[in-house]
Structure formats: C-alpha cells, structure tokens
Design a protein around this ligand. Structure first.
Ligand SMILES: [Zn+2]
Length: 338
C-alpha cells in the first residue's frame, strides 16, 4: 500500500485513512509508493498536444481544457475521488473559485459521493451554476481565503476535506501529464510554461518529469496581484490586481516551498503578467481556434515575455499548457473579443 509522507518532518503513515495534511507538523503530505490508476474516471487525461497556426512549429499546446469538465483539475479529481471511494467516504467538502469545484462536483457524482463546494462570493456565475447542476451543494464565503477556512470547518462536521491545494492524491493524479507530453513529443521538451495558482499542475509536471531522463525548464506564470511564487523568488511584485485571471487568485498556496523548488531546480522561473497581456494572448488564442479562459491565456502571455527576453530561443521545443475552457463563461470571452 502507498504511504503518506511529510518531506518536512518525516511523518509517514499507511493510506488506509483520509489525511490531507501532516498531523505532526501541519505541513503538506505527498504519496510514496506505487499508486493504481483511478477507478473513478470520466475520460480525463490523454489530451492532445498540437501546434496552432501562427505560432511556429516549435510551440506545442497541451489542450488540458479538453478534459471532461474543461480543466486540468480532472486529473487530480479522478485520483482523489477514487481514493475517497476506496476508503468508503460518503461525503466530501471542497473550496474552489470555480474549476476545481466543477471538477470535484462531477467526480463526486461519478463516485456516488455527496459534495459540498465552498465558493468565494465573486465566483463566476456560470461556474457556480455548473457546480449546482452537477448535484453539489454550494456554500458561499467572502473571498478565496475565507472559502478555505469555511470548508475546513465543515470537515469537522464529518465530511472529508478534499482541499486540492493540500491533497496529496490530487497532486499525484497530475503526474500523468508529464509522461503524456514525452510520448506525444517523442522527447522531453526544453521548456514547459504553465499558469500557476496553488501549484498542483506545476508540481504534477515536476514530479512527473523527475521520473524521466531530464527535467524541462518549468516556467510558472502568475497574474498580477496574485504572485506569491514570483514574490518568493524575486521579491514583491507591485502591479494592479488582475480582474481577468479569476482561476489564479490564490495568495497563500500551502505548497509554496515545493513550487519554488520545482521552478528553481528545473532552471526555470516565475513570471507575472498583466490583464493587458492576458487580453492580447487570449485574443491570439481565440483567433487560432483555442477557446480557453483568460487564466489559461496567461501561459501564452508568459511565453511572449520569455521570447522577448531571450530566455526561450525560437529553436527550442516549448510546451504551453492551456488549462481551462472558455466555454464555461462566454460573457468574459465576449468582452475580450470585441
Ligand atoms: Zn510533517
């Protein structure tokens, strides 16, 4: 049986019960040992890796927005809800600004598990409607931080806390993306650029690529005003808080130390993009036929910065991860495309 492990204090335990944080030091847990593929599946993963017209043959886009609920989170939800079901858990609670909530609601439905999702007040209405339509109960909180606190209060009333920012199974489920990229590209790319909020995808990429012969440089793109990883590496970024990157508004990611290690050990970097850069990137993507959400367009905006600064060369093979679907909120897309 795989084990929970805390890399900070050395805590280890069997995975025969639900633990989402280290009971000894309060830090984040990881999973050690071989883990079976998720039993609860909606067809997540194996997303296409393609070139888009107008971006050059060395820029590959990984279409994570084509996952069953329109975001990369489905990889983590499939794993986390499969494990919850294995442990006989009947109800779960999650906090999310939208995409994780939709994903966890869908996989809970597939697993026959009752779900409550705590959302911040400013959650996109369309995302909120999806969560409800999938059968989950919605609880509202003031902001993203308050949503996390409220979800953990509900946990003490008997529901297992998924907490994708913390959950070691969720992170584990993300790893498949790395081996997919290698097999689709036929090699490890030189660089991978991904939007980053709580770091689940970044860490999935890092842990997944660590199993291969080399690590690509991992570039983490954050939105202005929500850049804890950038700040931890370069010092505080002063900029107008993004209104567009609603999926990236995490200020205190619990895995910040791990995120920093992933970026620095890979030889990559953390970047910050503004709403103006997001609009330009989103517009380019839409015109190439990619219906993604503004938060996903940060990855392309980051690519443009890296090309302009010379940190990425034209001849390098680069993978840009497009994380979430724009079909979930047409209002935002229509604002941008006019
Ligand atoms: Zn610990």
């Amino acid at each position: 049986m795989p084990k929970y492990i805390c890399k900070k204090c050395g805590f280890e335990a069997d995975t025969d019960k639900w633990i989402w944080r280290c009971p000894s030091c309060g830090g984040v847990l990881d999973i050690k040992g071989k883990v079976e593929a998720p039993k609860i599946t909606l067809g997540e993963g194996n997303t296409p890796l393609i070139n888009f017209f107008g971006f050059g043959g060395n820029v590959y886009f990984k279409l994570e927005y084509l996952n069953p609920t329109g975001s990369f989170k489905d990889r983590g939800s499939a794993m986390a809800l499969s494990q919850a079901q294995r442990l006989g858990i009947g109800c779960i609670v999650e906090d999310s600004s939208g995409n994780a909530g939709i994903s966890v609601a869908a996989y809970s439905a597939a697993a026959g598990i009752w779900a409550t999702v705590v959302v911040p007040k400013r959650c996109e209405p369309a995302k909120r409607h999806f969560i409800e339509a999938l059968g989950a109960e919605i609880v509202e909180a003031e902001d993203r931080e308050a949503a996390g606190n409220r979800a953990r209060e509900l946990e003490t009333r008997g529901c297992a806390y998924i907490g994708h920012q913390w959950n070691p199974w969720f992170i584990k489920g993300m790893e498949t993306i790395a081996s997919e990229i290698i097999s689709q590209l036929g090699k490890v790319p030189d660089a991978v650029i991904t939007p980053v909020s709580s770091g689940t995808l970044l860490l999935g990429l890092y842990n997944g690529f660590k199993k291969s012969e080399k690590l690509p440089r991992l570039y983490a793109v954050q939105a202005s005003g929500f850049s804890p990883l950038y700040d931890a590496i370069h010092g505080k970024y002063e900029g107008k808080p993004s209104k567009l990157a609603d999926a990236l508004q995490v200020l205190n990611p619990p895995r910040l130390e791990q995120m920093k290690e992933a970026v620095l050990k890979s030889g990559g970097d953390a970047l910050v993009v503004s709403d103006e850069e997001i609009v330009m990137a989103l517009s380019k993507l839409l015109k190439a036929g990619a219906i993604v959400e503004p938060s996903s367009a940060t990855a392309l905006a980051g690519y443009v910065q890296l090309i302009n600064s010379g940190k990425i060369k034209d001849k390098e093979k680069v993978v840009v991860i497009l994380t979430g679907s724009g079909l979930k909120y047409p209002e935002v897309i229509s604002l941008i495309s006019h």
